[in-house]
Design a protein around this ligand. Sequence first.
Ligand code: PEP
Length: 250
Amino acid sequence: MSRRPLIAVNWKMHLSLSEAAALAEAISLSVATAACETVIAPPFTSISVVAEALRGSSVMLGAQNCCWAEQGAFTGEISPLMLKELGCSMVIVGHSERRQLFHEDNRMVNRRLQGAMAAGLVPVLCIGETLEQRQTDQTTAVLKEQLLECLSAVSVTDPSRLIIAYEPVWAIGTGQTASSQQAQDAHSFIRGILADMFEKTIATEIRILYGGSVKSDNVSALMAQADIDGALVGGAGLHIDSFAGIIHLV
Ligand code: PEP
């Protein structure tokens, strides 16, 4: 098994251009002594300055969403080819904020994911249950449905071309992390579904990140779990001290 730990940071709609450049530079210096892979997903408008700040660094560049189409009349959308041109190698799709605030459903996430893959971007597919779904024992059914629908008609022959992020909605930005066992149970379930959808060897190699209030004081326990291969970090990725604390514990 060779699932190299990956820490992805989603800056959401935060940071000015100069703040983004300064934080990217600080992260790239800090990562030089870390064992994990790291990817930064800035707001679209900061991608260029972050790319410049990361020049020569091992830190990868990502984005927070992409359109399914390469070009055309899609006001307000960003093409995966435009992201490639800026130097992005990954793109988050299906983040719960896109689903909840902008009504993206599994079908749309599937289209975005396929567009990303066709352009050669690695999608980081976010899935996860709401608090109500967890409390009514629907977690596994929701995760299964999200995987089946978001990965419909997707073929994966190279496990490095797809990343899954398990992000329980109730843990995002709330300070309430899933316990290591809750996260491991979900990750193991997800890997089982992936094994049914793709070849078992592929499912064994696909990285599954945990996201939801990851901080330096909980990342070690999460990363000690057999099926947790990294983290998707929000709030703690907006400051170099908290982010460096995470990447140096992985
Ligand atoms: C996220 O938005 O994907 C996330 C995990 O945020 P936070 O770390 O702030 O919970």
